[in-house]
Design a protein around this ligand. Structure first.
Ligand code: MLT
Ligand code: ZN
Length: 447
């Protein structure tokens, strides 16, 4: 389907709602039809850029009446193709819903439009911060972060995006607006649909605004990178940090394989040399002493100033780009119970090599969450063999085939590895209750 395949009448009806300038077709729509890794490409029948909730409601009603499928899109920073119109859908871009309300200082909350970037929320007030910190925060938006239930670099302390949500305004597939934005901490008055929309990947409703619980901005954070022999030492030290460092914010893993690529292609200067690295960040009284005691005799780089911390963080935060310097990566985001993380991180390279000996593998992730990002640059055809191997291994360890990035379109076929038939049937019934005509992201998550 292309823009020209939507009827002229429908395109004119869209334009009557959002304005001519905000109905994009052809070349103008192309940038909305590919993700940033280049792995997921599609074409949009049209891109609609509504300017407010009422316009979202009106265009959704038009799409539903015309039987036109819709892919909601935020900052297009997703990693599973969930925001890409892979089957010629209409893209509903929420970018213009960018109003950020005043901070409610009593509750430490703010209401943000779906198109507000996570960076703007984090910077909304000097003493406050957003609990979710992800590398794509300058582009990633509130609506997308809720729909994906974004995780990131501080989940061990503050939880994922779902944990920051105190309320939601959303538009159902038929154009009905549901809104619950008072931000009450205690509110047992029925089903927690904001919680359900978190992680729904645009399949249940279109999130238009979110009431966000903010957290106190961490005081005087200290960042260290500790050089270690391998995943076993990384895991053990991260566990020790969880027990011994009360102000711990992050415990992140990466290896020389990724850092060497970033040194060669992105000009990063490695702060120290080792096979594996544990980045820890902590804040509050005694954080520097706690981290120094933990590092013991291991080689360590310490950052206390903003510039030094940023330099250390770049070693971890630029890892999502590393595999991209070598080719178009498969980004496999998996988690396992804590007791199996070392086995996962140690053995996954061999698991990939067994099906594609010349593949390049760069792993990194959030060690305290049992989460590993296995980035594979295939040498053999990317025909599902890499996912079969890695996901099968993860399932054998009792893990998840998507820790934080979601299922999207292409991982749906592996969902039965980790979700039973009754669970999937329940998912389908929930989905049918929200979107009986099946127009919202129809190719994401199994129906
Ligand atoms: C990260 O932890 O860096 C993000 O989940 C992005 C990625 O895995 O590429
Ligand atoms: Zn991650």
């Amino acid at each position: 389907m292309s823009g020209s395949e939507l009827s002229g009448t429908l395109l004119r009806e869209f334009a009557a709602v959002v304005g001519d300038a905000h109905v994009l077709t052809g070349d103008a729509a192309a940038g909305y039809a590919v993700d940033w890794t280049g792995r997921f490409r599609g074409h949009a029948a049209a891109v609609l850029r509504p300017g407010g909730t009422a316009e979202v409601a009106a265009v959704l009603a038009l799409c539903r009446n015309a039987g036109v499928p819709v892919v909601p899109q935020g900052g297009n920073t997703g990693l599973v193709g969930g925001g890409v119109p892979r089957h010629g859908e209409v893209v509903l871009s929420l970018a213009r819903l960018d109003k950020l309300g005043p901070v409610d200082a009593d509750a430490a909350q703010v209401t943000a439009g779906a198109g507000v970037t996570l960076r703007r929320v984090a910077d909304v007030a000097p003493g406050l911060d957003l609990g979710v910190l992800i590398a794509s925060r300058d582009s990633a938006t509130v609506g997308g972060a809720v729909a994906a239930n974004a995780g990131g670099l501080r989940v061990l302390r503050y939880g994922p995006m779902r944990a920051q949500v105190r309320g939601v305004e959303a538009v159902l597939a038929d154009g009905t607006v549901v809104s619950h934005l008072a931000g009450l901490v205690k509110d047992n008055t029925g089903y927690d649909y904001p919680g359900l929309l978190a992680g729904s990947e645009g399949t249940l409703a279109v999130v238009t605004a979110v009431r966000i619980q903010l957290v106190p901005r961490p005081a005087s954070p200290v960042t260290v990178i500790i050089g270690l022999a391998g995943p076993g030492e990384v895991h053990d030290l991260a566990r020790a940090a969880l027990r011994a460092v009360p102000g711990l914010l992050s415990a992140e893993y990466f290896t020389a394989a990724g850092l060497d690529v970033l040194a060669e292609h992105a000009g990063l200067v490695p702060p120290l040399r080792a096979p594996a690295f544990l980045l820890l960040e902590a804040a509050g009284p005694g954080a520097d002493d706690d981290l120094a005691a933990l590092a013991g005799d291991h080689p360590v780089a310490v950052g206390t100033t903003a510039a030094d911390r940023a330099r250390l963080w770049a070693c971890r935060e630029r890892h999502p780009e590393a595999a991209g310097f070598l080719g178009v990566p498969l980004k496999l985001d998996v988690s396992v119970p804590a007791a199996h993380w070392t086995a996962l991180a140690t053995e996954v390279g061999g698991v990939v090599a067994a099906v594609d000996p010349a593949a390049r593998v760069i792993s990194y992730g959030h060690v305290a969450d049992g989460n590993l990002h296995v980035n594979v640059v295939p040498a053999a055809e990317a025909d599902g063999r890499h996912e079969d191997a890695v996901f099968g291994f993860v399932a054998s360890l009792g893990g998840s085939i998507s820790a934080e990035h979601g299922i999207g379109a292409l991982k749906a076929r592996w969902l039965p590895l980790v979700r039973s038939a009754p669970e999937r049937a329940l998912f389908a019934r929930i989905r049918a209750a929200f979107d009986p005509d099946g127009i919202l992201n129809p190719h994401v998550l199994p129906r």
